[in-house]
Design a protein around this ligand. Structure first.
Ligand SMILES: [Zn+2]
Ligand SMILES: [Zn+2]
Length: 437
């Protein structure tokens, strides 16, 4: 039996002196990230199931003081890989219920994070002896990349198996079984505890560091380290209307683990990189919020925003014939960021927050008349280039957002495309129009 031992602490991403509270917090955090019910893509789901079982197993040992003590002393794996069988994985609410309290379930803080931070300098990851560490690589995407697609060439530093010794550290390319423990990683220690009385105890093998094998460090290529610093070049294709919250996995492409002889996974995640170039914020993961300054005349007389900066490259005439109040919020459906919910593509909302333009100082009545009548000149805009969209009150989408929040996660939203909007309501008279630069 020369099974590599699982490092429950590194699985839970906690230090060895973690308190019971730390363990609870870590388990909740990881359970939220890896719960298989949250993931529908079969490939990703398989990975999540493995991880979920692993953290559940680690938690079952570390959260039990007796088992933890034994594990700490002897490095024994008492935890059995849980078999969730027919009844499926426990609900997250059960996990949180079991552990008392539902703290932090609402907004899912920290969901953007990723569990295995190894190999990322300065990330404050848990220091682990095991070199088989998954990596996360973050790629910055421009908003235009997200809508139009692109290709990214990335270079990942990792520890590959030394070719000269096949990752064994030995010239012979063979792992030498530890003779002190016969490859078991643990030893029987016999102690005399009294006249004619001995006790037998198991203890971790210090000769091999519980690995069951030793490197004789005779390889000149890696000097016994078993691995060589390497670079992996990879082209990542970002398709059109890409969901930037996608997590990609390069399975068994990363750091080589001499104990198991396997390579770790590399995870690729994305973040939006050019928001400063735009005049808006992203909320609810997929909604775009744009603050628009509006002349009071325009606000009171029906209004169209000619918006030409949308990162999807299209120009939009965003219309309403309602009176707009200072601080008002209007919403266009489906002009936010793409949300690929397991192959079902939807888009977030485009939310406009209006701010009135006020005079800098008080005006006399003549000046006031002029000020109020100021409106944006749309001469020179070829309005036919603009796709017309209707602005709605946020209440129009309230039922949707409620069901979205009910899932406790940014995913959700309904319907695709701009279809079924029924055009924009007929306008009486000439609405005031305004242009955005
Ligand atoms: Zn040994
Ligand atoms: Zn070597």
């Amino acid at each position: 039996m020369n099974q590599p031992k699982k490092d429950y602490y590194s699985i839970m991403e906690i230090e060895r002196d973690a308190s019971q509270d730390d363990i609870t917090t870590a388990y909740r955090r990881l359970a939220k990230i890896w719960h298989p019910d949250r993931i529908k893509d079969p490939e990703k789901k398989k990975i999540a199931e493995e991880k979920f079982k692993e953290i559940t197993e680690a938690n079952s040992v570390l959260s039990d003081p007796e088992k933890r003590k034994k594990y700490d002393q002897f490095g024994l794996c008492d935890g059995e890989t849980p078999d969730f069988g027919a009844q499926g994985f426990p609900d997250l609410s059960e996990i949180f219920g079991q552990m008392g309290g539902m703290g932090g379930m609402g907004g899912m803080p920290g969901m953007g994070g990723f569990p295995f931070m190894g190999g990322m300098p300065g990330m404050g990851n848990v220091n682990r002896s095991n070199k088989n560490v998954s990596q996360e690589v973050k790629i910055k995407l421009k908003l235009s990349d997200i809508f139009n697609g692109c290709e990214k060439q990335i270079e990942i530093n990792y520890e590959n198996a030394c070719e000269e010794c096949d990752g064994t550290g030995s010239k012979t390319k063979k792992k030498k079984t530890c003779t002190d423990c016969n490859g078991r990683g643990i030893r029987m220690v016999v102690r005399q505890i009294g006249p004619g009385m001995i006790s037998q105890q198991t203890a971790p093998c210090s000769s091999c560091g519980q690995k069951g094998w030793i490197s004789d460090s005779s390889c000149t290529g890696c000097k016994g380290k078993c691995t060589i610093s390497s670079k992996l070049n990879k082209k990542i294709t970002i398709k059109k209307n890409f969901d930037y919250q996608t997590k990609m996995c390069l399975r068994e492409s990363g750091n080589f683990d001499p104990d198991s002889g396997k390579k770790a996974d590399i995870y690729i995640t994305f973040k939006i990189g050019d928001l400063d170039d735009y005049e808006y914020k992203i909320v609810n993961d997929y909604d775009i919020v744009y603050e628009h300054s509006i002349n009071i005349w325009d606000a009171l007389s029906g209004h169209t925003i000619y918006y030409k900066n949308h990162p999807n490259g299209k120009k939009y005439a965003l219309k309403t014939n309602q009176v707009i109040k200072d601080d008002d919020v209007k919403v266009v459906k489906n002009l936010g960021l793409p949300n690929d919910d397991d192959g079902k593509l939807t888009f977030g909302k485009f939310i406009i927050k209006y701010n009135y333009i006020y005079p800098k100082e008080s005006l006399n009545s003549e000046q006031l008349k002029t000020f109020l009548k100021q409106k944006v000149n749309i001469d020179g805009i070829s309005t036919s280039e603009y796709v017309v969209e209707t602005l709605y009150d946020p209440a129009h989408f309230e039922n949707e957002s409620r069901s979205r929040n009910g899932h406790g996660h940014g995913h959700g939203g309904h319907g695709g495309g701009g279809g079924g909007m029924g055009g924009f309501p007929d306008m009486d008279g000439q609405p005031a129009e305004c242009r955005m630069s």
